[in-house]
Design a protein around this ligand. Structure first.
Ligand code: SF4
Length: 368
Protein backbone atom coordinates (compact mmCIF):
# COMPACT_ATOMS: atom_id res chain seq x y z
CA UNK A 1 0.00 0.00 0.00
CA UNK A 2 1.22 3.49 -0.76
CA UNK A 3 1.51 5.71 2.26
CA UNK A 4 0.56 9.29 1.44
CA UNK A 5 1.70 11.71 4.14
CA UNK A 6 0.07 15.09 4.66
CA UNK A 7 2.31 16.80 2.14
CA UNK A 8 0.84 14.75 -0.69
CA UNK A 9 3.93 12.91 -1.88
CA UNK A 10 4.34 9.27 -0.89
CA UNK A 11 7.30 8.27 1.22
CA UNK A 12 10.18 7.19 -0.96
CA UNK A 13 10.27 3.48 -1.72
CA UNK A 14 13.36 1.96 -0.16
CA UNK A 15 16.01 1.01 -2.67
CA UNK A 16 19.61 -0.13 -2.61
CA UNK A 17 22.35 2.40 -3.15
CA UNK A 18 24.51 2.51 -6.22
CA UNK A 19 27.54 4.74 -6.70
CA UNK A 20 28.02 6.49 -10.03
CA UNK A 21 31.40 8.15 -9.56
CA UNK A 22 30.84 10.64 -6.75
CA UNK A 23 27.03 10.60 -7.14
CA UNK A 24 24.91 8.22 -5.10
CA UNK A 25 21.67 6.85 -6.54
CA UNK A 26 19.01 5.26 -4.37
CA UNK A 27 18.80 4.45 -0.70
CA UNK A 28 17.34 7.82 0.18
CA UNK A 29 19.96 9.88 -1.69
CA UNK A 30 18.64 13.03 -3.41
CA UNK A 31 17.00 12.17 -6.73
CA UNK A 32 19.81 12.65 -9.24
CA UNK A 33 19.26 14.63 -12.43
CA UNK A 34 20.63 13.17 -15.65
CA UNK A 35 20.77 14.21 -19.26
CA UNK A 36 22.38 13.02 -22.45
CA UNK A 37 24.69 14.91 -24.81
CA UNK A 38 23.54 15.37 -28.39
CA UNK A 39 27.02 15.99 -29.78
CA UNK A 40 29.00 13.44 -31.75
CA UNK A 41 30.91 11.71 -28.94
CA UNK A 42 33.91 11.42 -31.26
CA UNK A 43 34.14 15.22 -31.16
CA UNK A 44 35.86 15.52 -27.79
CA UNK A 45 35.82 19.33 -27.53
CA UNK A 46 32.18 19.73 -28.54
CA UNK A 47 31.10 16.95 -26.21
CA UNK A 48 33.05 18.34 -23.26
CA UNK A 49 31.66 21.82 -23.94
CA UNK A 50 28.15 20.42 -23.79
CA UNK A 51 28.88 18.44 -20.62
CA UNK A 52 30.10 21.67 -19.00
CA UNK A 53 26.92 23.45 -20.14
CA UNK A 54 24.82 20.70 -18.61
CA UNK A 55 26.83 20.68 -15.38
CA UNK A 56 26.39 24.45 -15.08
CA UNK A 57 22.62 23.87 -15.17
CA UNK A 58 22.91 21.33 -12.35
CA UNK A 59 23.04 18.10 -14.34
CA UNK A 60 24.65 15.51 -12.06
CA UNK A 61 25.21 12.56 -14.38
CA UNK A 62 25.74 12.78 -18.15
CA UNK A 63 25.15 9.96 -20.61
CA UNK A 64 27.00 9.72 -23.90
CA UNK A 65 26.17 7.58 -26.90
CA UNK A 66 29.03 5.22 -27.75
CA UNK A 67 28.11 3.87 -31.17
CA UNK A 68 31.58 2.86 -32.39
CA UNK A 69 35.22 2.37 -31.47
CA UNK A 70 36.17 5.96 -32.19
CA UNK A 71 33.51 7.16 -29.77
CA UNK A 72 34.78 4.69 -27.19
CA UNK A 73 38.34 5.96 -27.75
CA UNK A 74 37.15 9.56 -27.30
CA UNK A 75 35.92 8.62 -23.82
CA UNK A 76 39.54 8.31 -22.73
CA UNK A 77 39.91 12.04 -23.22
CA UNK A 78 36.40 13.04 -22.15
CA UNK A 79 35.99 11.16 -18.87
CA UNK A 80 39.02 12.57 -17.02
CA UNK A 81 38.02 16.12 -17.99
CA UNK A 82 34.30 15.78 -17.31
CA UNK A 83 32.92 17.73 -14.35
CA UNK A 84 30.21 15.07 -13.87
CA UNK A 85 30.22 11.27 -13.83
CA UNK A 86 29.84 9.81 -17.32
CA UNK A 87 27.54 6.99 -18.44
CA UNK A 88 28.39 5.11 -21.62
CA UNK A 89 25.35 4.13 -23.67
CA UNK A 90 26.19 0.85 -25.41
CA UNK A 91 24.25 -1.21 -27.92
CA UNK A 92 25.14 -4.37 -29.78
CA UNK A 93 28.93 -4.54 -29.26
CA UNK A 94 30.27 -5.71 -25.90
CA UNK A 95 33.78 -4.60 -26.87
CA UNK A 96 32.56 -1.00 -26.73
CA UNK A 97 31.48 -1.59 -23.14
CA UNK A 98 34.94 -2.94 -22.28
CA UNK A 99 36.61 0.04 -23.99
CA UNK A 100 34.31 2.42 -22.10
CA UNK A 101 35.22 0.75 -18.80
CA UNK A 102 38.90 1.03 -19.64
CA UNK A 103 38.33 4.74 -20.35
CA UNK A 104 37.04 5.10 -16.78
CA UNK A 105 33.30 5.64 -17.30
CA UNK A 106 31.26 5.63 -14.12
CA UNK A 107 28.27 3.63 -15.33
CA UNK A 108 27.20 1.54 -18.31
CA UNK A 109 23.79 1.58 -19.87
CA UNK A 110 23.29 -1.63 -21.75
CA UNK A 111 21.02 -4.62 -21.96
CA UNK A 112 22.55 -8.10 -21.76
CA UNK A 113 20.10 -9.35 -24.38
CA UNK A 114 21.39 -6.72 -26.76
CA UNK A 115 25.13 -7.49 -26.71
CA UNK A 116 25.11 -11.08 -27.81
CA UNK A 117 25.98 -14.22 -25.89
CA UNK A 118 25.89 -14.80 -22.16
CA UNK A 119 29.66 -15.19 -22.28
CA UNK A 120 30.01 -11.62 -23.54
CA UNK A 121 27.77 -10.36 -20.77
CA UNK A 122 29.87 -12.27 -18.27
CA UNK A 123 33.04 -10.59 -19.54
CA UNK A 124 31.45 -7.13 -19.30
CA UNK A 125 29.93 -7.79 -15.87
CA UNK A 126 33.26 -8.98 -14.52
CA UNK A 127 35.09 -5.92 -15.86
CA UNK A 128 32.39 -3.61 -14.46
CA UNK A 129 32.50 -5.31 -11.06
CA UNK A 130 36.28 -5.02 -10.90
CA UNK A 131 35.93 -1.28 -11.35
CA UNK A 132 32.88 -0.79 -9.14
CA UNK A 133 30.88 0.42 -12.13
CA UNK A 134 27.09 -0.11 -12.09
CA UNK A 135 25.01 -1.11 -15.09
CA UNK A 136 21.65 0.36 -15.99
CA UNK A 137 19.30 -2.04 -17.65
CA UNK A 138 16.65 -0.30 -19.68
CA UNK A 139 13.53 -1.76 -21.20
CA UNK A 140 12.10 0.60 -23.77
CA UNK A 141 8.73 0.18 -25.42
CA UNK A 142 10.34 0.80 -28.82
CA UNK A 143 12.88 -1.99 -28.53
CA UNK A 144 11.13 -4.93 -26.87
CA UNK A 145 12.09 -8.30 -28.26
CA UNK A 146 9.72 -10.12 -30.62
CA UNK A 147 9.32 -12.85 -28.04
CA UNK A 148 8.34 -10.40 -25.28
CA UNK A 149 5.89 -8.65 -27.60
CA UNK A 150 4.36 -11.99 -28.59
CA UNK A 151 3.89 -12.97 -24.94
CA UNK A 152 2.72 -9.67 -23.46
CA UNK A 153 2.03 -7.27 -26.31
CA UNK A 154 3.26 -3.67 -26.00
CA UNK A 155 2.29 -3.33 -22.34
CA UNK A 156 3.62 -2.32 -18.94
CA UNK A 157 3.98 -6.03 -18.12
CA UNK A 158 6.15 -6.48 -21.19
CA UNK A 159 8.46 -3.67 -20.06
CA UNK A 160 8.76 -5.08 -16.57
CA UNK A 161 9.28 -8.71 -17.68
CA UNK A 162 11.85 -7.66 -20.24
CA UNK A 163 13.80 -5.65 -17.66
CA UNK A 164 13.60 -8.46 -15.10
CA UNK A 165 14.90 -10.98 -17.63
CA UNK A 166 17.99 -8.84 -18.09
CA UNK A 167 18.30 -8.36 -14.33
CA UNK A 168 18.25 -12.14 -13.91
CA UNK A 169 21.08 -12.53 -16.41
CA UNK A 170 23.24 -10.17 -14.37
CA UNK A 171 22.19 -11.65 -11.04
CA UNK A 172 23.11 -15.12 -12.29
CA UNK A 173 26.55 -13.69 -12.96
CA UNK A 174 26.62 -12.43 -9.38
CA UNK A 175 26.36 -8.83 -10.56
CA UNK A 176 23.92 -6.73 -8.51
CA UNK A 177 25.18 -3.18 -8.95
CA UNK A 178 22.10 -2.50 -11.06
CA UNK A 179 19.83 0.43 -11.92
CA UNK A 180 16.67 -0.22 -13.94
CA UNK A 181 14.44 1.82 -16.24
CA UNK A 182 11.19 0.83 -17.95
CA UNK A 183 10.43 3.58 -20.39
CA UNK A 184 7.21 4.04 -22.31
CA UNK A 185 6.15 7.08 -24.28
CA UNK A 186 2.58 6.72 -22.98
CA UNK A 187 2.25 8.17 -19.50
CA UNK A 188 -0.30 5.68 -18.05
CA UNK A 189 1.81 2.75 -19.25
CA UNK A 190 4.95 4.26 -17.75
CA UNK A 191 3.21 4.79 -14.41
CA UNK A 192 1.98 1.19 -14.45
CA UNK A 193 5.38 -0.17 -15.39
CA UNK A 194 7.31 1.70 -12.69
CA UNK A 195 4.67 0.85 -10.08
CA UNK A 196 4.84 -2.87 -10.97
CA UNK A 197 8.61 -2.85 -11.09
CA UNK A 198 8.99 -1.11 -7.73
CA UNK A 199 6.90 -3.91 -6.19
CA UNK A 200 9.24 -6.55 -7.60
CA UNK A 201 12.76 -5.23 -6.98
CA UNK A 202 14.75 -3.08 -4.61
CA UNK A 203 17.22 -1.85 -7.21
CA UNK A 204 17.22 1.92 -7.71
CA UNK A 205 15.02 3.08 -10.59
CA UNK A 206 15.87 5.53 -13.33
CA UNK A 207 12.63 7.25 -14.31
CA UNK A 208 11.75 8.86 -17.60
CA UNK A 209 9.08 9.15 -20.24
CA UNK A 210 10.79 8.20 -23.44
CA UNK A 211 10.53 10.31 -26.58
CA UNK A 212 8.29 12.78 -24.73
CA UNK A 213 8.31 15.26 -27.61
CA UNK A 214 9.35 18.82 -28.29
CA UNK A 215 9.96 21.39 -25.58
CA UNK A 216 6.40 22.49 -24.79
CA UNK A 217 4.39 19.26 -25.12
CA UNK A 218 7.33 17.14 -23.97
CA UNK A 219 7.66 19.19 -20.80
CA UNK A 220 3.99 18.69 -19.96
CA UNK A 221 4.14 14.97 -20.69
CA UNK A 222 7.34 14.50 -18.69
CA UNK A 223 6.03 16.56 -15.80
CA UNK A 224 2.82 14.53 -15.65
CA UNK A 225 4.52 11.16 -16.08
CA UNK A 226 7.72 11.58 -14.07
CA UNK A 227 5.83 13.72 -11.56
CA UNK A 228 3.16 11.07 -11.03
CA UNK A 229 5.76 8.33 -10.57
CA UNK A 230 7.82 10.41 -8.15
CA UNK A 231 4.66 11.36 -6.24
CA UNK A 232 4.13 7.63 -5.64
CA UNK A 233 7.51 7.56 -3.93
CA UNK A 234 9.12 5.76 -6.87
CA UNK A 235 12.32 6.83 -8.59
CA UNK A 236 15.92 7.50 -7.63
CA UNK A 237 17.21 9.33 -10.69
CA UNK A 238 15.40 11.03 -13.56
CA UNK A 239 16.01 12.02 -17.13
CA UNK A 240 13.61 14.21 -19.06
CA UNK A 241 13.77 13.22 -22.75
CA UNK A 242 13.03 16.21 -24.98
CA UNK A 243 13.53 16.95 -28.65
CA UNK A 244 15.30 20.13 -27.54
CA UNK A 245 18.72 21.25 -26.32
CA UNK A 246 19.65 19.00 -23.38
CA UNK A 247 20.01 21.96 -20.97
CA UNK A 248 16.22 22.23 -21.29
CA UNK A 249 15.97 18.65 -20.01
CA UNK A 250 17.88 19.61 -16.90
CA UNK A 251 15.80 22.74 -16.32
CA UNK A 252 12.57 20.78 -16.67
CA UNK A 253 13.89 18.04 -14.38
CA UNK A 254 14.49 20.54 -11.61
CA UNK A 255 11.11 22.13 -12.15
CA UNK A 256 9.48 18.73 -11.71
CA UNK A 257 11.50 17.98 -8.57
CA UNK A 258 10.92 21.45 -7.19
CA UNK A 259 7.15 21.31 -7.86
CA UNK A 260 6.99 18.17 -5.72
CA UNK A 261 9.18 19.69 -3.03
CA UNK A 262 11.76 16.93 -3.58
CA UNK A 263 14.68 19.15 -4.57
CA UNK A 264 15.25 22.80 -5.26
CA UNK A 265 17.59 24.57 -7.59
CA UNK A 266 17.22 28.13 -8.77
CA UNK A 267 14.47 30.56 -8.01
CA UNK A 268 10.93 29.38 -7.47
CA UNK A 269 8.73 31.97 -9.17
CA UNK A 270 5.11 32.35 -8.14
CA UNK A 271 3.33 34.55 -10.67
CA UNK A 272 -0.33 35.33 -10.91
CA UNK A 273 -1.86 34.59 -14.31
CA UNK A 274 -3.34 38.10 -14.45
CA UNK A 275 -6.99 38.91 -14.99
CA UNK A 276 -9.31 41.86 -15.45
CA UNK A 277 -8.40 43.20 -12.02
CA UNK A 278 -4.74 43.84 -12.84
CA UNK A 279 -3.90 47.50 -13.35
CA UNK A 280 -0.35 46.87 -14.54
CA UNK A 281 0.97 44.63 -17.32
CA UNK A 282 1.72 41.82 -14.86
CA UNK A 283 2.49 39.23 -17.53
CA UNK A 284 5.25 41.43 -18.99
CA UNK A 285 6.56 42.11 -15.48
CA UNK A 286 6.59 38.40 -14.62
CA UNK A 287 8.41 37.57 -17.86
CA UNK A 288 11.00 40.26 -17.21
CA UNK A 289 11.51 38.99 -13.66
CA UNK A 290 11.83 35.41 -14.93
CA UNK A 291 14.41 36.45 -17.52
CA UNK A 292 16.48 38.33 -14.96
CA UNK A 293 16.22 35.55 -12.38
CA UNK A 294 17.52 32.90 -14.78
CA UNK A 295 21.13 33.31 -13.59
CA UNK A 296 20.30 32.93 -9.89
CA UNK A 297 21.13 29.48 -8.52
CA UNK A 298 19.83 29.97 -4.98
CA UNK A 299 16.41 28.53 -4.13
CA UNK A 300 14.84 31.93 -3.44
CA UNK A 301 11.05 32.06 -3.63
CA UNK A 302 9.77 35.12 -5.49
CA UNK A 303 6.12 36.15 -6.00
CA UNK A 304 4.98 38.51 -8.74
CA UNK A 305 1.34 39.42 -8.24
CA UNK A 306 -1.05 41.68 -10.12
CA UNK A 307 -3.42 43.15 -7.57
CA UNK A 308 -4.52 43.42 -3.97
CA UNK A 309 -6.72 40.29 -4.00
CA UNK A 310 -4.08 37.56 -3.62
CA UNK A 311 -1.04 39.76 -4.15
CA UNK A 312 -0.01 40.80 -0.64
CA UNK A 313 -0.77 37.33 0.76
CA UNK A 314 1.41 35.47 -1.76
CA UNK A 315 4.10 38.17 -1.64
CA UNK A 316 4.28 37.84 2.15
CA UNK A 317 4.63 34.04 1.95
CA UNK A 318 7.58 34.27 -0.43
CA UNK A 319 11.14 35.37 0.40
CA UNK A 320 10.49 38.32 -1.88
CA UNK A 321 7.49 39.59 -3.74
CA UNK A 322 5.80 42.42 -5.50
CA UNK A 323 2.08 43.13 -5.30
CA UNK A 324 0.90 45.68 -7.81
CA UNK A 325 -1.82 48.32 -7.73
CA UNK A 326 -2.70 51.09 -10.19
CA UNK A 327 0.61 51.96 -11.89
CA UNK A 328 2.56 51.12 -8.72
CA UNK A 329 3.39 48.25 -6.42
CA UNK A 330 4.66 47.17 -3.04
CA UNK A 331 7.89 45.23 -2.58
CA UNK A 332 7.87 42.60 0.16
CA UNK A 333 10.86 40.95 1.77
CA UNK A 334 10.49 38.19 4.34
CA UNK A 335 6.83 39.09 4.78
CA UNK A 336 7.33 42.82 5.30
CA UNK A 337 6.78 45.78 2.98
CA UNK A 338 10.17 47.32 2.20
CA UNK A 339 9.21 49.74 -0.60
CA UNK A 340 6.27 51.30 -2.45
CA UNK A 341 7.34 52.24 -5.96
CA UNK A 342 6.06 53.27 -9.40
CA UNK A 343 5.53 50.34 -11.79
CA UNK A 344 8.65 51.04 -13.84
CA UNK A 345 10.95 50.83 -10.80
CA UNK A 346 9.52 47.61 -9.35
CA UNK A 347 11.58 45.02 -11.19
CA UNK A 348 14.91 46.76 -10.53
CA UNK A 349 14.08 47.09 -6.86
CA UNK A 350 12.98 43.45 -6.64
CA UNK A 351 16.19 42.27 -8.31
CA UNK A 352 18.34 44.27 -5.89
CA UNK A 353 16.62 42.54 -3.00
CA UNK A 354 16.96 39.13 -4.68
CA UNK A 355 20.72 39.69 -4.99
CA UNK A 356 20.94 40.57 -1.29
CA UNK A 357 18.90 37.53 -0.21
CA UNK A 358 20.90 35.20 -2.50
CA UNK A 359 24.12 36.52 -0.97
CA UNK A 360 23.04 36.70 2.66
CA UNK A 361 21.01 33.48 2.85
CA UNK A 362 22.81 31.29 0.33
CA UNK A 363 26.25 32.87 -0.11
CA UNK A 364 25.72 33.37 -3.84
CA UNK A 365 27.46 36.33 -5.48
CA UNK A 366 25.19 37.34 -8.37
CA UNK A 367 27.43 39.99 -9.91
CA UNK A 368 26.45 43.52 -10.93
FE1 SF4 B 1 -6.17 38.72 -10.99
FE2 SF4 B 1 -5.15 39.89 -8.85
FE3 SF4 B 1 -5.35 37.21 -8.93
FE4 SF4 B 1 -3.56 38.42 -10.42
S1 SF4 B 1 -3.61 38.40 -8.17
S2 SF4 B 1 -4.98 36.85 -11.11
S3 SF4 B 1 -4.60 40.29 -10.96
S4 SF4 B 1 -7.04 38.68 -8.93
Amino acid sequence: MIEIPARGVALRTETRQVRVGRVTIGGGAPIAVQSMTVTDTRDVDATLAQIYQLAAEGCEIVRLAVPDREAAAALREIVPRSPTPVVADIHFDYRLALAALEAGVHKLRLNPGNIGSRERTRIVARAARERGVPIRIGANIGSLSKDTLRRFGPTADALVESALEDVKVLEDLDFTDIVISVKASEVPMAIDAYTLLSQRVRYPLHVGITEAGTLGPGTVKSAVGIGAILALGIGDTIRVSLAAHPVEEVRVAYQILSSLGLRRRGVQLVACPSCGRAEVDIIAIAQEVERRLAQIRSPVKVAVMGCAVNGPGEARLADLGIACGRGMGLVFRDGRIVASLPEEQLVDALMEHVAVVAREKYGEETGP
